[in-house]
Ligand binder design. Structure first.
Ligand SMILES: *Cc1c(COP(=O)(O)O)cnc(C)c1O
Length: 215
C-alpha cells in the first residue's frame, strides 16, 4: 500500500496555504488510521452512516468533512461532531443544521455549494439565487451556524478549458464575498485540483489519488 507515499506526493505538490482533505469514503478504518498516524487530520466522507461509524471508532481529534449531498433528516446524526459541512444547497438544510447545532450547543461551520457545472444533475445554488441570499443576509439568522465559504464540483469532462472556466466563475464569487470569516474555497478533486488551485482554491478534496480507485 502506497498510501503515505500517495498522500505525500499530493501534499508536496500544493502550496502550504491549501488544505488537503483526504476523501476516505468507502475506504477502511485502518487506512484512515495509518494516515492519522502520519499526521493527517482532515478526512472527507459523503455518507452519513459511514461518517458516524468512522467517527465513533477513530481518534476524536479528526476533523470530519461532510462533502456530499446531505439529507435534512440525517443532519442530527453528524451534528455532534462534524467539522465542516461542504454542501449546503438550500435554506431549509441550513435551518436544520442550525437547529441540530443548537441542540448540541455548537456552532457548525458550513460552505454553500454552488452549481457551476453544465450538467443539470449537479447539486448547488445558482449564483444569482445565492447572491440574493448573501446580499439579504438571510443566512445570518441561523446563529448556530457560520458560513465559511463556497464549494463546487465541475462537469465530468476532459475539457480543461471548460473546467478552468467553471472554477473561474466560483473564484469570482469568492473574491466578491470573501472576508475574515468567509475564507474557504473548496474546489478540486483528484482529476482537477491543480487547475482548481490555479483559480484560487484553498481546500482540495482528494480521494482516489491517495487511496486508489474506489469500487
Ligand atoms: C468522492 C468525492 C471527492 C473525491 O474524488 P476523487 O476523484 O476520488 O478525488 C471529492 N469531492 C466530493 C464531493 C466527492 O464526493
Amino acid at each position: 500500500m502506497k498510501l503515505i507515499e500517495n498522500y505525500n506526493s499530493v501534499a508536496d505538490s500544493i502550496p502550504k496555504s491549501v488544505t488537503l482533505v483526504a476523501v476516505s469514503k468507502t475506504k477502511p478504518m485502518d487506512q484512515i488510521q495509518s494516515l492519522y498516524d502520519h499526521g493527517v487530520r482532515d478526512f472527507g466522507e459523503n455518507k452519513v452512516q459511514e461518517l458516524v461509524e468512522k467517527s465513533e471508532s477513530l481518534p476524536t481529534d479528526i476533523q470530519w468533512h461532510a462533502i456530499g449531498h446531505l439529507q435534512r433528516n440525517k443532519v442530527k446524526y453528524i451534528a455532534p461532531f462534524i467539522y465542516l459541512v461542504h454542501a449546503v444547497e438550500n435554506i431549509k438544510l441550513l435551518k436544520e443544521i442550525d437547529k441540530r447545532a443548537q441542540q448540541n450547543d455548537r456552532i457548525i461551520d458550513y460552505l454553500f455549494q454552488v452549481h457551476i457545472a453544465k450538467e443539470e444533475s449537479k447539486f448547488g445554488w445558482y449564483k444569482a439565487e445565492l447572491k440574493a441570499v448573501l446580499d439579504s443576509q438571510e443566512h445570518l439568522q441561523f446563529k448556530n451556524t457560520r458560513l465559511r465559504g463556497f464549494m463546487a464540483m465541475t462537469t465530468n469532462t476532459k475539457d480543461q478549458n471548460q473546467i478552468a472556466a467553471e472554477f473561474k466563475s466560483l473564484q469570482a464569487l469568492f473574491e466578491e464575498y470573501k472576508s475574515e470569516q468567509i475564507d474557504t474555497l473548496s474546489m478540486g478533486m483528484s482529476g482537477d485540483y491543480p487547475i482548481a488551485i490555479a483559480h484560487g482554491s484553498n481546500l482540495i478534496r482528494v480521494g482516489s489519488q491517495i487511496f486508489g480507485a474506489r469500487n
